[in-house]
Design a protein around this ligand. Structure first.
Ligand SMILES: *Cc1c(COP(=O)(O)O)cnc(C)c1O
Length: 376
């Protein structure tokens, strides 16, 4: 059996090696390391793939979120609602811009932001909602867009874990995540579903004026060379990373299909165990791209299970072990424990299994048998 890895970037590279190497070599040969033709080419191809008017590449997914908020003109003191159960980048940029983070609880089945909790958290100062398509599962976007419209709020989709996910709207039409809100962001961190070989990110929008504003912000606030109209940042996707991403983008749907297939196989083996809740898998649509395959455990000593799996050379992860409202950097007396029953429970129950495009049946069989062996 192949060595089991949490993500297998080498295995994914092998079949596209020639193409990737050739593209990287071309960048070196033409020395257009910054804003070269590869960056523009990738931008256009991603716009087409997502069905979105504007893609603005940038340096990483955290910058993408920050720049999206800057582009929308959010001001210190504005309240931004986001999920308590997610990676810290989302709340970090809210805090950095001196906006007020308003963390709310999540749905226990989807792990995504709880729509009713959003409604309860809205005040006259609320300016934006940031749903995160956590683990690759799309958030309840129709409901979130309706709330936003009613209260005149912006919606910023953190699509770092959800690229390639399709959302089926109430009218039956399909749309890619990241293209639904007023603005979307993603990360091309190597382990993400579309990862480069370093750092990278992008911002998406269908709003021409916002796209123009953002293109200036990523480039030191310049709209005309050496005219700095707004305070900006320096956030670029470099040409070598764009070359890697151009080689990988045509495979994204196939990569996501492989993840989905592995998720189904895991669930077939683990579904019927009373101590395990497998993640929701929608039978009729592809609304989950399984950035992570995350179980909930009941009456299981999770730390001991992690040790057991590691002892059998099976890596696993706990995403995430601490609710954001309890992190030292983001704790605040505004928060009331009674408002976070789901997140407080999930952080104790979740465990994420190896998930990538190169998992095979033998590995899945081995991993699931070792889990069941331990908890039975
Ligand atoms: C990875 C990730 C980010 C940050 O992306 P970087 O490219 O690492 O800055 C933001 N939000 C979520 C949900 C992520 O998973």
């Amino acid at each position: 059996m192949k060595k089991i890895q949490m993500v297998d970037l080498k295995g994914q590279y092998e079949p596209i090696k020639e193409q990737v190497n050739r593209s990287i070599q071309e960048v070196i040969d033409n020395t257009a390391f910054i804003n070269g033709p590869e960056v523009h080419g990738f931008q256009k191809e991603l716009e087409e793939y997502l069905g979105v008017e504007h893609v603005i590449p940038c340096a990483n997914g955290t910058d993408a979120l920050q720049i999206a908020m800057m582009g929308l003109g959010l001001k210190p003191g504005d309240e931004v609602i986001t999920a308590d159960f997610t990676f810290a980048a989302t709340v970090e940029v809210i805090a950095l811009l001196q906006l007020t983070p308003v963390l709310v609880d999540v749905n226990p089945h989807s792990f995504n932001i709880d729509v009713e909790a959003i409604k309860r958290a809205i005040t006259p100062k609320t300016k934006a909602i940031v749903p995160v398509h956590l683990f690759g599962q799309v958030a309840e976007m129709d409901a979130i867009m309706e709330i936003a419209e009613e209260h005149n709020l912006f919606v910023i989709e953190d699509n770092a874990q959800g690229i390639g996910t399709n959302y089926t709207r109430k009218d039956g039409s399909k749309i890619k995540t990241g293209a639904i809100g007023h603005v979307g962001s993603t990360s091309f961190f190597p382990s993400k579903n579309l990862g480069c070989y370093g750092d990278g990110g992008a911002i998406f929008t269908n709003d021409d004026a916002l796209a123009h504003t953002i293109r200036g912000i990523v480039n030191h606030g310049m709209y005309e060379r050496y005219h700095h109209d707004v305070v900006g940042v320096n956030s670029r996707l470099d040409s070598i990373q764009a070359a890697v991403l151009r080689a990988k983008l045509p495979h994204l749907d196939d990569y996501n299909a492989k993840r989905r297939a592995s998720a189904r196989k895991y669930s077939e083996k683990l579904n019927n165990h009373p101590k395990i809740t497998t993640p929701m898998i929608c039978e009729v649509c592809d609304c989950h791209v399984f950035h992570q395959y995350t179980l909930r455990l009941k009456d299981v000593d999770r730390d001991a299970l992690v040790k057991h799996l590691n002892a059998h050379d099976i890596p696993c992860g706990v995403y995430y072990p601490i609710p954001l409202h309890k992190q030292k950097a983001y704790a605040d007396e505004r928060y009331d424990e009674k408002d976070f029953p789901v997140t407080n429970q999930l952080v104790k129950e979740v465990i994420s299994l190896p998930m990538h495009t190169e998992l095979d049946d033998e590995q899945i069989e081995y991993i699931t048998s070792k889990i069941i062996e331990f908890i039975d």
